[in-house]
Write a protein that binds this ligand. Structure first.
Ligand code: HAM
Length: 419
């Protein structure tokens, strides 16, 4: 074997590919209930779009982007997340004008050069949503309830919503300064955090090494301006109204710099250290920072692999059964044409009718006229076919075929015209 999939990537096939598809379909149904419409955007963008939105002093921009030059020397990056692209698409396509409500969702893979481990990949699938132009707490609460409902529909019966606020540009700087002052008195911070005290002190709260031993930290909630206090209270009131349980987590920060006010992360106790199933928050200045008019926004994204893993641990995952199989067998090459014709006809039916009562998804396999009847049956067995339609010379003279039920081994003759 000369080639392997790149480190941190994985192939998906069979039941796992079906589960990812079923998860996306389930989410689509929930998004529809909340009136979000789907948006597709490129897998790569101008690298500066991400640098500018996510922030120069973040791990994603400093270490994790897949940046490359195309043949004309353009500096591009595989998308590490979806929010920046949705904002770019929103502005570039004038969606504020053409879509009465700026509510979008997306599914697709994202790319980050992280150290791979269980639940952390270099290419991973996200499902996310962005809600533009609603400055009120109702939009924050809607997005959090949406994330909860999406996870519930995906079979996540146990989760914890961690909620916090990062304030706004008028109150955050004083918190940031107080935090930086406090951190500069702390000895023995890890190398990354020593740097972050200057570049991005909030990220120290997220450090797995230093954060746990820091006590009496200044808290953002004590620095909030009146409007941010009111907004945060409004979000909580609406979450309670929707019976969405949450915990205020004053240590919660995010790995992306565009957030203002509400941030949240939904965690599962059933995953190891990579326990964030979904995360998001408000970003009221990003649209303007990317050259558009002042437009508030809020959104979230979930990690599909993590959601599927957690649902599996809870034994409540989405069912993604394989289609039920009808196998067409032929006794001899001379009947191949007729068997092929019947296979095409069966596939054109919306449902397989009396052949497989109640089947929603079905496959028609065969004919394999070059194989012996015995090996066609062996294959039908391996494929877990429920019914085998056998074209035999004698029955065919009567315009009929034999249908064998593979579970009971019962056989009956059926007129071809009745399919
Ligand atoms: P994020 O927290 O970077 O936020 O990612 C959201 C989710 O994607 C995480 O909670 C996690 O489940 C999953 N995830 C992130 N990195 C990996 C990885 N390397 N391997 C597997 N899963 C991963 C965002 O991306 C924001 N764009 C969310 C947002 C939307 N905020 C506002 N709107």
């Amino acid at each position: 074997m000369d080639y392997k999939a790149p480190r941190g990537t994985h192939d998906l096939w069979g039941a796992n590919a079906r589960k990812l598809h079923a998860l996306e379909e389930t989410c689509r149904r929930v998004f529809q209930k909340f009136d979000y419409s789907e948006i597709k955007f490129p897998t790569f963008e101008d690298a500066a779009l991400f640098t500018r939105s996510i922030g120069e002093a973040t791990d994603i921009v400093e270490k994790e982007m897949y940046v490359f030059e195309d043949r004309k020397g353009r500096r591009l990056s595989l998308r590490p997340e979806g929010t920046a692209s949705v904002v770019r698409a929103y502005l570039e396509n004038g969606l504020a004008q053409s879509m009465p409500l700026g509510k979008f969702f997306y599914c697709g893979s994202m790319f980050r050069y992280e150290r791979p481990q269980a639940g952390r990949y270099r290419e991973f699938y996200q499902i996310g949503a962005e809600y533009f132009a609603n400055p009120g707490p109702a939009a924050d609460a809607e997005v959090i309830v949406l994330a909860r409902d999406v996870l519930r529909a995906a079979g996540i019966s146990e989760m914890t919503v961690h909620l916090h606020t990062l304030g706004c540009p008028s109150c955050r700087p004083s918190f940031r300064k107080s935090l930086a002052d406090y951190l500069s008195t702390q000895e023995g911070l890890c190398a990354d955090c020593c740097r972050r005290v200057v570049t991005n002190p909030l990220r120290v709260l997220d450090c797995k090494i230093d954060s746990p031993r820091l006590t009496d930290l200044p808290r953002m909630v004590d620095f909030l301006c009146g409007e941010c206090v009111q907004h945060f209270a409004g979000v909580q009131e609406l979450l309670r109204a929707a019976q969405c349980a949450y915990e205020i987590d004053t240590r919660l920060v995010r790995g992306l710099d565009y957030y203002t006010r509400t941030i949240f992360e939904i965690r599962s106790a059933h995953l190891g250290s990579q326990d964030a199933l979904a995360a998001g928050g408000r970003y009221d200045n990003l649209v303007k920072d990317l050259g558009g008019p002042q437009t508030p926004a809020v959104g979230f994204a979930l990690g599909s692999e993590r959601v599927l893993m957690a649902a599996e641990k809870l034994n409540t995952g989405i069912e993604a059964p394989a289609p039920r199989v009808i196998f067409i067998a032929v006794a001899g090459k001379s009947l191949e044409r007729e068997a092929f014709r019947l296979a095409a006809h069966l596939r054109s039916l919306p449902a397989p009718g009396a052949l497989l009562p109640g089947a929603i998804a079905f496959s028609v396999e065969g004919p394999f006229a070059d194989k012996s009847l015995k090996s066609q049956f062996r294959l039908a067995d391996k494929l877990c076919a429920e019914k085998v339609i056998i074209f035999g010379e004698a029955e065919f003279q009567r315009d009929a075929v034999t249908v064998r039920d593979m579970a009971t081994q019962n056989q009956e003759e059926i007129l071809i015209g009745s399919f």
